[in-house]
Design a protein around this ligand. Structure first.
Ligand SMILES: Nc1ncnc2c1ncn2[C@@H]1O[C@H](COP(=O)(O)OP(=O)(O)OP(=O)(O)O)[C@@H](O)[C@H]1O
Ligand code: SF4
Ligand SMILES: [Mg+2]
Length: 313
């Protein structure tokens, strides 16, 4: 089992004047054999963090380690760390059969290759006869299974799954989630599971990390984060999950911040980045000037939160 570690990772896009820091000093560990769910709203930097791990986004600062060693880019690093993306069709070549697509990703050669393709198809719940099909003949869910088989072809130790069910029909999302969780357990993979949807993340995760505007604002065992969230932003995400239909009688504090524009990542607010929207921050409560003045650092033991007034502090 392998551990994936992000140490002070920052990713910047664009120049010094008009650029933005999409990921800003992230420390995060995916312990060996466990699932870390990474959740946060659109634009918070989840995909950028993942892409940095596989060399698709430039590291501005920090290190990304696999069992204490820097993740190597290029061909040799492929098997150890693999990523599955959101759009199952675009990750497969439409002119290649499923079998060829998977075969291409395995390091095996000769007759062993065909057996390996069958094994991988079976692992993701597809029959061997699917090997002759083209992506256009498969459903989105089946394509995503093939993308998973391809990612597993090099026997990775760590898998990153970025919104892998978001493009799928709701009716098949559960089956794909179950499959990912089964495969993760069976192969004892370490999995960084990314979704903007906390309902999806809570279903698969051992640990949950919450990201807001490029930073991790809360991290802890899934159970603790879900039942006893420390950060106001996490509480907001949870409230959105448990109350899918608005009753029109929202907490007055929540209503007070509901109209605030999402923060501009080119110019994050000073102090706590969440302060203009925070339902218990300076926009709502007196005596919380600290939130505007100083940026909270993650604190806690196993369960961390970056908030000056985190629950229990
Ligand atoms: N190649 C790029 N060039 C410039 N800006 C980028 C690039 N990729 C991402 N960004 C910006 O970085 C920020 C983080 O984007 P990212 O895609 O990582 O967010 P996300 O959390 O994955 O969002 P979503 O839930 O929509 O997938 C956004 O402001 C985005 O516009
Ligand atoms: S530091 Fe202040 S503004 Fe930020 S989350 Fe905590 S209470 Fe809200
Ligand atoms: Mg994304």
């Amino acid at each position: 089992m392998s551990e994936l570690t992000f140490e002070g990772v920052s990713v910047r896009f664009g120049g010094r004047r008009h650029g933005l820091t999409a990921v800003d000093g992230v420390d995060l560990t995916v312990p060996g054999g466990s699932v870390v769910g990474l959740v946060g709203e659109s634009g918070s930097g989840k995909s950028t963090l993942a892409r940095a791990a596989v060399g698709l986004a430039p590291l501005h600062a920090g290190r990304i380690l696999l069992d204490g060693e820097p993740v190597r880019r290029g061909r040799r690093s492929r098997p150890a760390l693999q990523m599955v993306f959101q759009d199952p069709y675009s990750s497969l070549d439409p002119r290649m059969t499923i079998g060829d697509s998977i075969a291409e990703a395995t390091p095996r050669r000769g007759p062993a290759r065909r057996a390996e393709v069958t094994r991988l198809l079976d692992l993701v719940g597809l029959g061997a006869d699917r090997a002759r099909a083209y992506p256009g003949q498969l459903s989105g869910g089946q394509c995503q299974r093939v993308a998973l088989a391809r990612a597993l072809a090099g026997d990775p130790r760590v898998l990153i799954a970025d919104e892998i069910t978001s493009a799928l029909d709701v009716s098949i999302q559960g089956a794909v989630l179950n499959l990912v969780r089964e495969v993760q357990r069976e192969l004892r993979l370490s999995l960084l599971f990314i979704s903007h949807d906390l309902a999806v993340v809570r279903y698969v995760s051992d640990f949950i990390a919450v990201m807001y505007l490029g930073r991790i604002v809360e991290y802890g065992p899934a159970e603790a984060v879900l039942t006893d969230p420390s950060h106001p932003y996490t509480r907001e995400l949870l409230a959105a999950v448990s109350e899918p239909v608005s009753t029109g009688e929202a907490d007055p504090a929540l209503r007070a911040v509901a109209d605030v524009e999402p923060a501009d990542p080119h110019a994050p607010p000073p102090g706590c980045r969440f302060h203009p929207r925070c339902p218990v921050g300076p926009a709502v409560l007196d005596g919380r000037d600290l939130c505007r003045e100083s940026e909270p650092v993650p604190q806690g033991h196993r369960h961390l939160a970056a908030c000056h007034f985190a629950a229990g502090r």
